[in-house]
Design a protein around this ligand. Structure first.
Ligand code: DGL
Length: 262
């Protein structure tokens, strides 16, 4: 039955496990297949054409498990590859930008966006927010050093605080809502919040999990069994360090990892 097929989730690496964490909490009965392109990460420093090509390849690889829905957990791949994958995929595809943008547009006043270089330079968040609110004032800051800090596990560290402060100080004081426009940033929330207390942080992964729930309520349907769903993790390259970092992002043991050839 189509409803019992897994949801395919892909990311440039293991950061998208923060989105898996959100999906497992909200939709524990769903089977999930996670595909991380660890052989080619990061995507955030690459060009539009390359990111779009990688996104199409990841979408094709996920088709092997016949997903009922594909979630692009990676903000960078959502910014550059979503329309191309939607155009060829046999199943529906959603990215993290639209749900994050919708949540940001609902908040009063100017909003800030933080993300990778490629996400910020795409202007995808701005375009998506302005579809909901054409007059919205938006300030975007690329924060390339935050991905390595999160992977290093420096979640509670003065170095992370000082780098977060340097980036966040580029946002005007009036931007009281800031979108965490990168898979890794939810793990740095304590540090980010210390640097900008009182901010309303929008976790794009969390709001995407809610968007998936809405889609399942509609035509795609929930899995019929009520037992906890399975999580299958596939990576294009698996080093021991990635497993260690993955556990942190998922907030539960990663379990067995399958390596798939691109
Ligand atoms: N997954 C990417 C994102 O959410 C961050 C890591 C990368 O640059 O590949 O934008």
């Amino acid at each position: 039955m189509k409803a019992d097929r897994p949801i395919g989730v892909f990311d440039s690496g293991i950061g998208g496990l923060t989105v898996i964490h959100a999906l497992r909490r909200l939709l524990p009965q769903e089977d999930l297949v996670y595909l991380g392109d660890t052989a080619r990460l990061p995507y955030g420093t690459k060009s539009h054409r390359t990111i779009e090509r990688y996104t199409l390849q990841m979408g094709e690889l996920l088709q092997r498990c016949e997903p009922k829905l594909i979630v692009i957990a990676c903000n960078t791949a959502s910014a550059h590859g979503l329309p191309a994958l939607q155009a060829v995929s046999p199943c529906p595809v959603i990215g993290v930008i639209e749900p994050g943008a919708e949540a940001a547009a609902e908040q009063p006043g100017p909003v800030g966006i933080i993300g990778t270089l490629a996400t910020v330079s795409s202007g995808a968040y701005e375009a998506a927010i302005r579809r909901h609110d054409p007059a919205k004032v938006i300030h975007s800051v690329a924060c390339p050093l935050l991905v390595p800090l999160a992977e290093e596990g420096w979640f509670d560290d003065p170095v992370t605080d000082s780098i977060c402060r340097r980036y966040l100080n580029q946002l005007p004081f009036e931007a009281k809502t800031v979108v965490l426009g990168c898979t890794h940033y939810p793990t740095l929330l304590a540090s980010l919040d210390r640097c900008r207390p009182g901010t309303r942080w929008i976790d794009s992964g969390l709001v995407t999990a809610k968007a998936v729930d809405r889609l399942l309520q509609g035509s795609i349907s929930y899995r019929t069994a009520s037992a906890r769903g399975e999580l299958r993790v596939q990576l294009t390259d698996a080093s021991s360090r990635l497993k260690e970092v993955g556990n942190r992002f998922l907030e539960e043991p990663l379990g067995d990892v399958e390596v798939v050839e691109i």
